[in-house]
Design a protein around this ligand. Structure first.
Ligand code: NAD
Ligand code: 2HG
Length: 387
C-alpha cells in the first residue's frame, strides 16, 4: 500500500484515479508521495519514505527543487493542464484593462436607492468609456503553454502581438501563429506594447523582471498584466510608475497588500486556474504521474529528474538515481555479475547533475546485489518494482 498525502484541495476526479493500492488523505504520515497545489513546501520536513511530489499545476516555485534532487525525490508538474483556464482569465483581464468595466460596476453598486438609475446610467457612462483591443499591441513574455494560447487568441482579437521567449520549445514554436512577431529582447517588446502580459516562471533569474528600468523602456500609459507570479514584479517600482501615470493600469492575479487598494490596480485572488475543468485536468494528470512512478518507476513531466518511461518488459525492475558521472552504469550492472538475473532492458538518462538508470530483470534481484548498488559512491536512491 502506498501513502499519498494531500496539501490543498485536490479535485475529486483526480483522487478517483488512485486504485486500492493507494491510501490518500490530508492527515497521513510517512507518505510515499505528496500531491500539492500552491501550498509552500519550502520548509517541508522530508519524510524518509518520500519519493515524489506532484504539483497539480504549472508553477513549482513553492517547492525546493535542489533539496528534492539531492534526496532523489521526483518533482512533477502538469504542463498545460490549466493553460486554457488561465488564457480565458487573461482575456477577462485585458478587457477589464481596456474598458473601465470595473469602476462602472462599482458605481452601479452604489446606486441601489436611485429611482432614476436608468437615466443616470446614460449620463454617467462617459466616465467609464475605454478603448478597443483591436489594433493595439500586446507584448507576451514567456511563450509556453499559456503564453502561446494568449498570443494566438490575441491575434484573433485583431491585436498586433510581439512575443519574447529565449528558451521557447520547438513544439510551442510550431503552435504559434506565424503572424506573431518575434522580439529578440525585452527592449524591443516593451517599445511598442500597449499591454505587457507575463507568462514566464518565477525563478531567481526572473525575479523583478518588471522593475524601474524595464518600465522606463515601456510606452507611456502601458498596461501590465500579471497572471504568472507576484515576484516577477517589483512592487515599489510599479507603485511609483502607477502614481506617475507611466503605467496606466496593473491587472494581477497575485495582489500584494501594498498594491491591492490602488485605484489603478485590478486585484484578482489567484483565480487563473480556478475552474472545475482545470482543477480536474491538473489533479488527474498529477495522480497518474504519481501512480506510474510509484508502481513502475516511470517518470513523466518531472521538473527536476530525467523523464524516462517504458512499459515493464520483465517481472522485476531496478531503478537507480545516481550522480551523473562516468562508470556508474558499469558499476551498477557489475552488481548483477554473480546473479542468475539477466538484464533484459536498460535505460539511462541524465539531467544536469543527476542520472536515472532503469534495468528490467528476468528474475528477482538479490538483497546482496541491491546492497552493493546502494553502497556505490554517487548512488542517491535505489527502488525495486514488481510487474
Ligand atoms: N494564475 C495562475 O493561476 C497560474 C496558472 C498556471 C501557471 N501560472 C504561472 O504561469 C507560468 C507559466 O505557465 P505555463 O503553463 O505557460 O508554463 P510553461 O513552462 O509552459 O511556459 C513558461 C515559458 O516561459 C519561458 N521562459 C523561461 N524563462 C524566461 C525568460 N527569462 N524570459 C522569457 N520567457 C521565459 C519558458 O521558455 C517557457 O516557454 C507558471 O510558471 C506559473 O508561475 C499561473
Ligand atoms: O492551483 C492553483 O489554483 C493555481 C495554480 C497555478 O498558479 C499554477 O502555477 O499552475
Amino acid at each position: 500500500m502506498y501513502t499519498i498525502k494531500l496539501y490543498n484541495n485536490i479535485a475529486q476526479k483526480g483522487l478517483d484515479q488512485f486504485t486500492e493500492a493507494f491510501e490518500v488523505g490530508e492527515h497521513l504520515g510517512d507518505e510515499d508521495a505528496i500531491v500539492v497545489r500552491s501550498a509552500n513546501l519550502h520548509d517541508l520536513e522530508y519524510g524518509k519514505n518520500l519519493k515524489a511530489i506532484a504539483r497539480a499545476g504549472a508553477g513549482v516555485n513553492n517547492i525546493d527543487l535542489p533539496a528534492c534532487s539531492e534526496r532523489g525525490i521526483v518533482v512533477f508538474n502538469t504542463p498545460g493542464a490549466n493553460a486554457n483556464a488561465v488564457k480565458e482569465l487573461v482575456f477577462a483581464g485585458l478587457l477589464l484593462a481596456s474598458r473601465d468595466i470595473y469602476h462602472g460596476i462599482e458605481w452601479c453598486k452604489t446606486q441601489t436607492d436611485n429611482p432614476n438609475l436608468g437615466k443616470d446610467v446614460e449620463k454617467q457612462k462617459k466616465k467609464y468609456a475605454g478603448n478597443e483591443l483591436t489594433g493595439k499591441t500586446l507584448g507576451v513574455i514567456g511563450l509556453g503553454a499559456i503564453g502561446i494560447e494568449v498570443a494566438n487568441l490575441a491575434m484573433r482579437f485583431g491585436m498586433n502581438v510581439k512575443g519574447y521567449d529565449p528558451y521557447i520549445s520547438v513544439d510551442n514554436a510550431w503552435k504559434m501563429s506565424k503572424w506573431i512577431e518575434h522580439a529578440k529582447d525585452l527592449k524591443e517588446l516593451y517599445k511598442d506594447a500597449d499591454f505587457v502580459t507575463l507568462h514566464l516562471p518565477l525563478m531567481d533569474s526572473t525575479k523583478n523582471t518588471i522593475d524601474r528600468e524595464a518600465i522606463s523602456q515601456m510606452k507611456d500609459g502601458v498596461k501590465i498584466l500579471n497572471f504568472a507570479r507576484g515576484g516577477l514584479v517589483n512592487d515599489d517600482d510599479l507603485l511609483e510608475a502607477l502614481d506617475s501615470g507611466k503605467v496606466a493600469l496593473y491587472v494581477t492575479d497575485f495582489p500584494s497588500a501594498k498594491l491591492a487598494a490602488h485605484d489603478k490596480v485590478i486585484p484578482i485572488p489567484h483565480l487563473g486556474a480556478s475552474t472545475e475543468e482545470s482543477e480536474e485536468n491538473c489533479a488527474v494528470k498529477a495522480a497518474q504521474e504519481v501512480m506510474d512512478y510509484l508502481q513502475y518507476g516511470n517518470i513523466t513531466n518531472s521538473v527536476n529528474m530525467p523523464n524516462v518511461s517504458a512499459s515493464m518488459s520483465t517481472p522485476y525492475r531496478v531503478a537507480v538515481f545516481h550522480v551523473n558521472k562516468p562508470k556508474m552504469i558499469s558499476r551498477i550492472t557489475d552488481a548483477f555479475a554473480q546473479e542468475d538475473a539477466n538484464i533484459e532492458n536498460l535505460i539511462n538518462k541524465s539531467r544536469d547533475q543527476i542520472a536515472y538508470t532503469m534495468l528490467d530483470l528476468d528474475a528477482q534481484p538479490s538483497t546482496d546485489a541491491l546492497d552493493k548498488i546502494r553502497g556505490l559512491d554517487g548512488v542517491i536512491r535505489v527502488e525495486v518494482y514488481e510487474a
